[in-house]
Design a binder for this molecule. Structure first.
Ligand SMILES: Cc1ncc(COP(=O)(O)O)c(C=O)c1O
Length: 387
C-alpha cells in the first residue's frame, strides 16, 4: 500500500532515467516516450544544455524572494516579450496558477478602469484550464467539479462550436473569453484559424479581452511559438507552463501593456514563481526554441500525421480520425482507447489518453524521424492485433 493518496490511476511502471525520446526502467527496459510528462519535456529527457544550466545555477543561487530583482527572470521575460505579442510577464509555477492569474489580470483590468462588474469569463464547456478551484469551474466539467462545491461564480459556458450560444452569453458584465487554442485534454480538438480570428473580432467589437490558454499547445508544440500565430491574431492575455520549463515547474502569464498596467504592486504574487533556479532553466529552454527546432516540428508533424492517416485507411474499423497540429497529435478510436494504450505500452511505446476516445501523442520537439518510424511500427502492430 502506497503512502501516496489514490488520486491518480497510476500504471505499475516506473523509470530510473531518461534520454531524449526514451525512458529507461531500473532493469534496463527502454520505452519510447511519446508522453514527455504531458507536453512538458519539450526538449526530451536529460537535455545537455538544460543540465548545464541547472548545474551552473544550482551552485550560485536557488531562490530569493520576489521582493528583490531577479536578473534571470528579467532576462527570460525580455526574451518572451521579444518573441511574442506580450509586453510583460508574471512568472508562476504551473499551468493552473497561470490560468488563474490570467483570470485575475482580466478582472483587475476592468476594475482599474472603473468597470467593477465586468468580471465574467466565458469558457468552452469541458475544456481544461487546471485543477485549482477556480480553474475547474472555468473548465465547466461535471467530472472535475463534482464534490468540490460550492460552485465558483463568474464563468459562463458554451459547447465547442456553438457560436450562437457564445454570442448570446456576452453581456455588459463579460470581461473575457478564455479558450485553449487547441483543446488538449478535451481530445486534441483544434479550433480552426478562422474561428480564432472571428472570436478576436467579436472581442474587439464587444470591448472584451481574449485569453488564449497555451499551457499545452504553446512553446513550439504547434510548429510556431504559439498556436494562435497560425491564425495571425493577437490575444490580450496568454497563460503558459509545461514546455517553457522543459521539465522544471514554470508557469507564466503573458499580457499586453494595456492590461498589465492594472497589476500594480500587491495585486498578485507567488513565493516560488520566477525564482533564479527556475528562470535559469527557462532561459536555457527558450534559447533552444529556435527556427531550426520549429522546422523540425513542422517536418516531423507532416510526416507523422500523413503516416497516421495511412494507418487509418489501413484500419478503418479501428481508427476514426487523426487530429492535431504540430506535435500535439490525437488518434481517435471508434471505441474506448484504454486497451489500445495498454497494448502500446506492452510494446514499449508510451502514449496518454484524452477525451473522446483519443490517444494523445506528444513527442519531444526534437524528435527524430527514426523514432517516429519506431512508433508507427508499434502502432501498426497493435492495430493489427486489435483489428
Ligand atoms: C490547456 C491547459 N491549461 C492548464 C493546465 C493546467 O496545468 P497544470 O497541470 O500545470 O496546473 C493544463 C494541464 O494539462 C492544460 O492542458
Amino acid at each position: 500500500m502506497s503512502a501516496l493518496a489514490p488520486n491518480y490511476k497510476r500504471k505499475n511502471l516506473s523509470f530510473a532515467r531518461g534520454k531524449g525520446s526514451f525512458l529507461i526502467t531500473a532493469n534496463g527496459k527502454k520505452y519510447l516516450d511519446f508522453v514527455q510528462g504531458i507536453a512538458v519535456n519539450s526538449l526530451g529527457h536529460a537535455n545537455d544544455k538544460l543540465i548545464r544550466a541547472i548545474n551552473k545555477q544550482s551552485k550560485k543561487l536557488w531562490h530569493v524572494s520576489n521582493a528583490f530583482r531577479i536578473p534571470e527572470g528579467e532576462k527570460l521575460a525580455s526574451k518572451l516579450v521579444k518573441k511574442t505579442f506580450a509586453d510583460s510577464i508574471i512568472f508562476q509555477n504551473s499551468g493552473a496558477e497561470a490560468t488563474e492569474a490570467a483570470i485575475k489580470v482580466a478582472r483587475r483590468y476592468f476594475y482599474s478602469i472603473g468597470k467593477k462588474n465586468k468580471n465574467r469569463i466565458i469558457c468552452i464547456k469541458n475544456s481544461f484550464h487546471g485543477r485549482t478551484i477556480a480553474a475547474i469551474h472555468a473548465s465547466g466539467s461535471k467530472k472535475m467539479t463534482e464534490g468540490f462545491g460550492p460552485k465558483i461564480p463568474g464563468f459562463d459556458h458554451f459547447e465547442f462550436g456553438d457560436h450562437k450560444k457564445l454570442k448570446s452569453l456576452i453581456n455588459k458584465n463579460t470581461a473575457a473569453i478564455m479558450i485553449e487554442t487547441i483543446m488538449g485534454e478535451g481530445g486534441i480538438k483544434v479550433i480552426p484559424d478562422w474561428c480564432i480570428r472571428s472570436i478576436r473580432q467579436l472581442c474587439n467589437k464587444k470591448g472584451i479581452l481574449l485569453i488564449l490558454d497555451e499551457v499545452q499547445c504553446g512553446i513550439g508544440r504547434s510548429g510556431k511559438f504559439f498556436a494562435f500565430e497560425h491564425a495571425k491574431v493577437k490575444p490580450d492575455i496568454v497563460p503558459i507552463a509545461k514546455g517553457i520549463g522543459g521539465g522544471f515547474p514554470i508557469g507564466a502569464v503573458l499580457m499586453t501593456k494595456k492590461v498589465s498596467k492594472a497589476m500594480v504592486p500587491g495585486t498578485h504574487g507567488s513565493t516560488f514563481g520566477g525564482n533564479p533556479l527556475a528562470m535559469a532553466v527557462g532561459n536555457a529552454v527558450i534559447d533552444q526554441i529556435n527556427n531550426k527546432l520549429l522546422n523540425n516540428v513542422k517536418k516531423m508533424s507532416k510526416y507523422f500525421i500523413s503516416s497516421l492517416n495511412q494507418l487509418k485507411m489501413k484500419y478503418p474499423n479501428t481508427i476514426k480520425e487523426v487530429r492535431g497540429v504540430g506535435l500535439l497529435i490525437g488518434i481517435q478510436l471508434f471505441s474506448d482507447q484504454t486497451f489500445f494504450i495498454k497494448k502500446l505500452m506492452e510494446n514499449r511505446l508510451l502514449t496518454i489518453r484524452a477525451s473522446e476516445n483519443v490517444i494523445r501523442i506528444l513527442p519531444p520537439l526534437n524528435v527524430k524521424k527514426s523514432e517516429i518510424d519506431l512508433a508507427l511500427r508499434t502502432l501498426n502492430k497493435v492495430c493489427k492485433e486489435v483489428n
